[in-house]
Design a protein around this ligand. Structure first.
Ligand code: AMP
Ligand code: ZN
Length: 472
């Protein structure tokens, strides 16, 4: 069967064929490291992780690049506000980013290039664009002349006839109303302080968009298979990347564009600038397990928005507990005997259904349904007679295989039991209703079971007193 992706450029489901047999080269726009990544950013990184793992599951070798945007408007502003040099501001954020990737079990990309380490490549690209007649200088800055690239707008749907000729935009991020010639290279200004590089046009720094064009070409070549990001990257960032790259090389920059929908809060995109965000660490401090968080982020189809809530994390926990029953039954498999043919058939069907779903535009709902069907089948089989050792092993092998895609079927850490999370939710509601006798009772109950509750300004924290088990 064929792999199919929804390509944002063709605007339709498209059969995937890699440029080189067996190898997929993909570029995933990485974090702007002016502040810690929030859980919305991780929605996109988890989608990219699912894409990477799926391609590997389907037999491809993946070469993935995720850039670290460590110089652009926001990183410079943030380091100015903190009154520290740029790199001193970004370094700890980058470290925490990698820690968060590991916590969420996001597989590492092959390359994490930093913009500040690739400035000469960006200047080469700027020069090529000037030489090819697509860029021009104005007061020490270099701009891309949009009207020269006739297919400008092909990704985002912007129409060239809306362009105000000669108008320019200097900011890295801008809205569609500011559809203008954009900066490839920005002349040094006082706000840049120590940040700046010498260039044939004077001291300055790169625009955000040219960074991704230069770094993707450096590691993946002029043309590569897949480029991803959240939908907010479509305009202007990816539109500008296409313009710069295709005008510099004359080649088709990217074969397939995949974009993830946003993680939302009360109908608004979660974003640092709106201030409506949670970091991964904040969610963990509230008692949510990283396994449940990964489950919520990964099992919503990447082109559908996610509304993250306490209920969705609890539902994830319940789903995981149901999935875990298969592992428990398999672990208990003992004694001699062959694999019952009906059970072997169920495993095969589950694998086929899982694979067919996931290769169809990362159809995670179908893929999960395939696993839940097997969980139910295993219940039926073990109700008839307990599983033998070979059956247990076959199930675990299959579970491990699909977990190379999901990476949440085998928990690593001890987690707060579902009952505790539910009690905490009931207690939160009781507090809102000012029913303090109920909320105190729940707190005492939990304390007697070894779970200490602390109400802080950030929310309620559950401390699991080690060595005590939940008494059922
Ligand atoms: P940034 O650090 O803002 O450059 O964003 C890094 C990545 O996170 C980009 O691919 C964005 O499209 C993505 N992103 C930002 N906010 C959200 C959100 N609320 N939901 C999903 N993805 C997001
Ligand atoms: Zn980018």
């Amino acid at each position: 069967m064929a792999i199919v992706f929804y390509d944002s450029l063709r605007k339709k489901r498209t059969k995937f064929e890699s440029m080189n047999p067996g190898i997929v080269k993909m570029y995933t726009c990485g974090p702007t490291v002016y502040a810690d990544a929030h859980i919305g950013n991780f929605r996109t990184y988890i989608f990219e992780d699912l894409l990477r793992r799926t391609l590997k599951f389907l037999g491809y070798k993946v070469i993935q690049v995720m850039n670290l945007t460590d110089v652009e408007d926001k990183t410079i502003n943030a380091s100015n506000e903190q009154r520290v040099p740029l790199q001193q501001h970004t370094a700890p954020i980058i470290n925490r980013f990698f820690e968060d990737l590991d916590t969420l079990k996001i597989e590492r990309a092959e390359y994490y290039p930093r913009a500040t380490e690739h400035i000469p490549l960006m200047l080469d690209l700027v020069k090529k664009l000037i030489d090819n007649g697509y860029a021009y200088e104005s007061e020490g800055s270099i701009y891309f002349r949009i009207e020269k690239f006739k297919s400008y707008g092909k990704l985002s749907g912007m129409k060239l006839d809306k362009l105000v000729r000669g108008a320019r935009v200097d900011a890295d991020e801008y809205e569609k109303d500011d559809f203008r010639d954009f900066a490839l290279w920005k002349a040094w200004s006082e706000e840049d302080g120590e940040v700046g590089w010498d260039s044939p046009y004077g001291r300055g720094r790169p625009g955000w968009h040219i960074e991704c064009s230069a770094m993707s070409m450096r590691y993946l070549g002029d043309e590569f298979d897949i480029h991803t990001g959240g939908v907010d990257n479509i305009f202007p960032h990816h539109e500008n990347e296409i313009a710069q790259s295709e005008c510099a090389t004359g080649n088709k920059f990217v074969q397939y564009w995949l974009h993830s929908a946003h993680l939302m809060v009360d109908g608004m995109k979660m974003s640092k600038s709106l201030g409506n965000f949670f970091t991964l660490r904040e969610l963990i401090a509230k008692g949510y397990s990283t396994r449940s968080i990964r489950y919520v982020l990964l099992t919503s189809h990447y082109r559908q928005q996610i509304n993250l809530s306490g209920e969705s994390v609890l539902a994830a926990k319940a789903a995981l507990e149901r999935l875990d029953t298969l592992r428990h039954s398999a672990d208990e498999g003992a004694g001699a005997g062959e694999i019952r043919s009906d059970l072997a058939k169920s495993i095969k069907e589950s694998e086929l259904h899982f694979t067919r779903s996931i290769e169809d535009d990362l159809g995670i709902s179908g893929a999960m349904a395939a696993l839940f069907e097997l969980v139910s089948a295993v219940h039926r089989f073990s109700n008839k007679s307990p599983l033998n050792q070979k059956e247990g092993e076959a199930l675990l092998n299959f579970w491990k295989k699909v977990d190379s895609v999901l990476s949440f079927l085998f928990p690593e850490q001890k987690e707060l039991p579902l009952e505790v999370l539910e009690s905490v939710q009931i207690r939160l509601k009781a507090r809102l209703d000012r029913d303090f006798s109920l909320s105190d009772k729940i707190r005492d109950d939990l304390a007697s079971k070894g779970f200490q509750i602390k109400d802080t300004r950030e929310g309620t924290i559950v401390i699991w007193v080690q060595g005590r088990e939940l008494v059922k």
